[in-house]
Design a protein. Structure first.
Length: 601
């Protein structure tokens, strides 16, 4: 834990961290020396010449003063280091998120970061602030006392030294048992929390379909598992700590029995025996205190392990000298292969070219890799094989920043910041004027949202845009893209969450970007038909067809099946009660290509 935390710190902070450790170690040694000084003090005090105790008392006073000053200095350094660690870890976590592949920044990572940056980092910072001193005292103070005991009588010192490995093994075994129980308890808590939240969220469905059923049973099982895990943690933890305390007491008993036996044999006098007994108790005191550190150190260690996992996650490589693409670059997807894991490829050997200023529609069945393809164009991930090029430059040569400056992505999952409507639009181009942001908002029909909110454009949208509907969040996202006005627009079902009136307004707004290169994942017939190029992906992630609407209809195949199925579906109507089952011509394999979204002329 201590060395792992040290490795995360930059060199200047590491030196201050080391200084705090050294000072705590020095304080622990001085504390042990002060205990050992009891021997030269007790001998004269219990003899016929008590005045001989003054010189060692003076030494004890000097050692005690040095101990007090060193402890104060060490505590001050440790507290400052703890505050510095807090800032360093927050900054490094922020840098890790900023450099992580965008495709890996999901809700799970967001939840972990929220917990780590609030409580986790503070738990790690408690190591120098609260654990340095007892850890140093539990190790170095007893060793110093053992040295003192050995100087008095090597036989008693040998007994104490023999007991030290036993103490270490007992403590290690105890912490290992508690650690395993802690992991099981944390997993059980996470599972039960998820099940309880799920149970609350699906109440409408549960009540509509006849009671809790399997979901309620899953909640009960999760809560039972949590109770069992917590009981095991308490029982095994108590047994382990009891075993450690008993081992400490057994060590003290061994020292006392050995000392009494030697004293009865005349090996040393009564004052020496009293001093040895006192030192034996002082030896046990800091070791016994370490038992109370186990749970706190475990929590801090688990938090540190999570931080290390996030900081060590692979990042996208960035070029030392990023290439520069032209202002209006052609886009080429060259023999691209990609999978989220090595066993399941999503795209296989996909190749096509998008000329500047044209519109390319990407169609295909669910799971064909349409959204994944757009994320590769925005460099959310790097391809497994092949290349994505803008103006002839691989995105890996351009770097993430230059690549993102070339694209305006509008995806299905929209996240808004907790600022105002205007603030969220301006994230598309932070240096834009208010008039430019208003114009982009009006183009995406965000002005209708502003009209119903109490503070208009300056109304807060809530955390993650919680005060807006899904369609309204999508309109704000489209306004960002319009304001950014990048040369390449990536649209992934950008109007899927909009009602017909707002959808029409947004489609008209996107016409303002007609001169830009547009790559669109689309299900609407009108969007697909009007595209300059249509890329058809098969359900195996391979490129099935590329061409214009007329060319692809003439060739037949997957696109023609899709088009004919959707065109026939335009004639479907809803039957009145009593008319029998609704049937229609829109059945067959082509239906799977786009789902059941109704098309408008």
């Amino acid at each position: 834990m201590i060395t792992g935390l040290r490795r995360l710190l930059p060199v200047p902070a590491r030196r201050r961290y080391d200084l705090a450790l050294v000072l705590m170690a020095a304080a622990a040694v001085l504390q042990g020396i002060s205990f050992v000084m009891l021997l030269p003090i007790l001998r004269p005090l219990l003899s016929e010449d008590p005045q001989d105790a003054w010189p060692p008392i003076g030494v004890l006073a000097a050692v005690t003063l040095a101990y007090a000053l060193t402890t104060w200095w060490a505590a001050d350094r440790a507290q400052r280091v703890a505050m510095e660690i807090t800032g360093i870890l927050h900054r490094r976590l922020g840098e890790a998120v900023a450099t992580a592949p965008l495709g890996t920044v999901d809700l799970a990572l967001t939840g972990r970061l929220a917990r780590l940056t609030s409580s986790g980092v503070m738990q790690i910072a408690t190591v120098p602030a609260h654990f340095f001193r007892p850890i140093a005292a539990s190790a170095l103070t007893p060793l110093t006392v053992v040295v003192g005991i050995t100087l008095v009588d090597p036989r008693v010192g040998l007994v104490t030294l023999v007991c030290l490995p036993l103490l270490a093994l007992t403590y290690r075994a105890t912490t290992a048992i508690v650690g395993r129980c802690n992991v099981e308890d944390a997993a059980a808590i996470a599972e039960s929390s998820a099940r309880v939240v799920e149970f609350a969220r699906v109440q409408p469905a549960l009540r509509a379909f006849g009671g809790p059923g399997a979901v309620g049973e899953a909640v009960r099982r999760a809560l039972d598992r949590q109770r069992r895990a917590r009981r095991a943690l308490l029982v095994r933890g108590a047994l382990g700590m009891s075993a450690f305390v008993l081992t400490v007491q057994a060590t003290v008993t061994a020292v006392i029995v050995t000392g009494l036996g030697l004293a009865l044999d005349g090996a040393f006098d009564v004052p020496t025996l009293v001093a040895l007994l006192v030192l034996g108790l002082r030896f046990a005191e800091p070791i016994g205190a370490v038992a109370d550190l186990g749970s706190g150190m475990r929590v801090s260690s688990d938090s540190l392990a999570e931080v290390q996992e996030i900081l060590s996650a692979p990042t996208l490589p960035e070029p030392d000298l990023p290439a520069q693409a032209p202002d209006d670059p052609p886009v080429e997807v060259r023999d691209v292969c990609f999978g989220y894991d090595s066993r399941t490829p999503v795209l296989r050997g996909v190749s096509f070219v998008v000329e500047p200023g044209t519109t390319t529609a990407v169609v295909g069945p669910s799971g064909a890799g349409k959204s994944t393809l757009l994320k590769l164009l925005a460099r959310f991930h790097d391809v497994s094989a092949g290349a994505v090029l803008f103006g002839g430059h691989d995105v890996r040569e351009l770097g993430t920043e230059n690549t993102m400056s070339l694209v305006s992505p509008v995806f299905q999952d929209v996240f808004l910041f907790s600022g105002s409507l205007l603030d969220n639009i301006r994230t598309g181009r932070p240096d834009a004027t208010d008039d430019e942001a208003f114009a982009a908002g009006r183009a995406a029909a965000v002005d209708r949202i502003a009209e119903r909110l109490p503070r208009g454009w300056h109304s807060p949208v809530g955390e993650g845009g919680s005060r807006l509907s899904g369609g309204e969040r999508q309109r704000v996202s489209i306004a960002r893209a319009i304001l950014k006005d990048a040369p390449v627009l990536l649209l992934d079902e950008a109007t899927s969450a909009l009602d017909p009136l707002n959808e029409h307004a947004v489609l008209r707004a996107l016409e303002h970007l007609r001169g830009r290169t547009r790559i669109v994942v689309a299900h609407r017939l009108s969007t697909v038909e009007s595209a300059d190029q249509i890329v058809v992906l098969g359900d195996d992630g391979r490129l099935a067809q590329v061409g214009t609407h007329a060319d692809l209809l003439g060739r037949g195949g997957l696109y023609a099946d899709f088009w004919n199925t959707r065109a026939r579906a335009r004639g479907w109507t809803l039957a009145r009660p009593g008319d029998g089952p609704v049937t229609g011509p829109g059945t067959g394999p082509g239906n799977d290509l786009v789902g059941v979204t109704e098309d408008s002329p």
